[in-house]
Design a protein around this ligand. Structure first.
Ligand code: NAD
Length: 477
């Protein structure tokens, strides 16, 4: 049984109810988390407020940095344990689970180093004045986290908020709480004061909603679906609470005929099968210049047919999807594609050892997907790649920008002028030229255009979102 983590202690929810935790690799229950409600959120917010007004605000920026650095080291020491936990809880193949822990280590390390480099400016003004700015923390920050990369998103969001001087209340997704609860305990073990990091588990419409509504929360960082992002925004707007929204994507990989296809091919495949396609920045569309469309489809098809899907512990190319409902979502999309006559070029293979109760989906490559079709417009959030041809640069830009999203894009070409023209014209928060980072490194600001959200997380840029700028004007004559 997993408990909430409030004021540096594991505590039961006030409702005393629980939610079963299921292993996506076999569909069996192996643990429970707390089914919390608004009262638990209130206790966590009070704890965070007490910490913010007490021990946390007395620490210097360098001391906050040292604590984050210690947490980074502690997470690294517990890397195997955390990776196994994540593998069981989320169905991540071993390599992916380990990569997620490594990213968490880096987030804490990066933000540890950033704490004492965040500062205001002095500004020219009328004579007889000195004017300067301070970057102040919001106070208590709320963090609503999705299930697809719990550790990574916890690291980037909570790491940045703590570095900027805030105290945090975290609401993980009901399907993926275990690693986050464990990291909160590790933080307490290495000296974070009670209330700096609180974690409350439960369902989004109850606990997430309560967090967004709570008058003691000064900023909300939400990562998740566009639908829930709208709800959070509406709720927070009633009390003018600032919100950062990291939402979905339908990110294109744009391949010109002059591209280095040997380099592009494995990257294009990884960008859609990583984490079984359950990645906000998955490269879920591949736009290919007409002259190489058929040959590239053939090569992609051969590679897709060789992909193997199985239990997380087998560490194959693809693990299970997170839950039964997610599998149904993906199979419904594929049924729609079949009904509308969209051509399947190739499918991967689910291995015989995969337990019948697991949520497995073979990767699928679809060709000639019409630009207005739902498969080309909406997130499947599964290992499904939609291919379509383009005529020239203008047409490539038109297709790339033809969805409501704008999170990440990949451009594959050897032509330097075209690389920069494409980077300018594609409307997305990140553009990768001759590579694809699926969100990129810890150092790179990340976020959306259009319905992919607003505000930026990751990198130094995120710290501006976790602070409020105050201007001080001193008249001294
Ligand atoms: P989701 O929106 O269903 O849930 C995200 C979080 O919101 C969960 O913790 C959930 O419990 C909570 N929630 C649900 N309903 C709520 C409500 N009414 N009020 C407050 N909180 C509520 O998303 P998901 O299915 O967990 O994650 C997948 C989505 O997240 C995809 O759309 C994906 O693209 C997006 N995502 C975006 C990024 C990014 O950085 N842009 C990263 C990862 C995932």
């Amino acid at each position: 049984m997993q408990l909430n983590f409030i004021d540096n202690y594991p505590v039961s929810s006030m409702s005393m109810r629980s939610i079963p935790v299921i292993d996506p690799s076999d569909g069996l229950v192996f643990d429970d988390i707390q089914h919390s409600d608004a009262q638990d959120i209130d206790a966590a917010v009070q704890s965070a407020r007490g910490c913010f007004e007490g021990p946390w605000s007395r620490l210097s920026a360098a001391e906050r940095g040292r604590l984050l650095q210690r947490l980074s080291a502690r997470v690294a020491e517990h890397a195997d344990e955390l990776a196994l936990l994540e593998q069981r809880d989320c169905g991540k193949p071993t390599k992916q689970a380990r990569a997620d822990v490594a990213a968490l280590v880096r987030y804490f390390e990066f933000y540890a180093g950033a704490c004492d480099k965040l500062h205001g400016e002095t500004l020219p003004y009328q004579s007889g004045y000195s004017v300067f700015t301070w970057r102040e923390p919001h106070g208590v920050t709320g963090h609503v986290i999705p299930w697809n990369y719990p550790m990574q998103i916890f690291g980037r969001s909570v790491g940045g908020a703590l570095a900027a001087g805030n105290c945090c209340v975290v609401k993980p997704a009901e399907d993926a709480c275990l690693s986050i609860l464990r990291v909160a305990q590790l933080a307490a073990d290495c000296g974070f004061p009670p209330g700096a990091i609180n974690v409350v588990t439960g369902f989004g419409h109850e606990v997430g909603q309560a967090l967004a509504e709570h008058p003691g929360v000064d900023h909300i960082s939400f990562t998740g679906s566009p639908r829930v992002g709208t709800l959070i925004q509406q709720t927070a707007a009633k009390r003018h609470c600032p919100v950062t929204l990291e939402l979905g994507g339908k990110s294109p990989q744009i391949v010109f005929a002059d591209a280095d296809l040997d380099a592009a091919l494995p990257v294009i495949i990884n960008a859609i099968v990583q984490n079984a396609g359950q990645t906000c920045s998955a490269g879920s569309r591949v736009l290919v210049e007409q002259a190489i469309y058929q040959p590239l489809l053939e090569r992609l098809g051969q590679a897709f047919a060789a992909l193997r899907v199985g239990p997380a512990g087998m560490d194959l190319d693809v693990g299970p999807l997170i839950r039964a409902g997610q599998k149904k979502r993906v199979t419904d999309f594929l049924a729609e594609a079949r009904r509308d006559g969209i051509r399947t070029v190739a499918e991967g293979e689910i291995v015989a050892e995969a337990p019948a109760g697991g949520y497995y989906q073979a990767p699928v490559l679809l060709a000639d997907v019409p630009v207005q079709h739902r498969l080309a417009q909406e997130e499947v959030f599964g290992p499904v790649l939609a291919a379509m041809p383009f005529r020239d640069e203008d047409h490539a830009v038109e297709l790339a920008n033809a969805t409501r999203f704008g999170l990440v894009a990949g451009v594959w070409t050897r032509d330097g002028g075209r690389q920069l023209r494409m980077a300018r014209r594609v409307r997305s928060g990140q553009v990768f030229i001759n590579n694809y980072g699926a969100g990129g490194g810890v150092e790179l600001p990340f976020g959306g255009y259009k319905s992919s959200g607003y505000g930026r997380e990751k990198g130094f840029e995120a710290l501006y979102g976790f602070t409020v700028l105050k201007t001080v004007a001193v008249r001294h004559g």
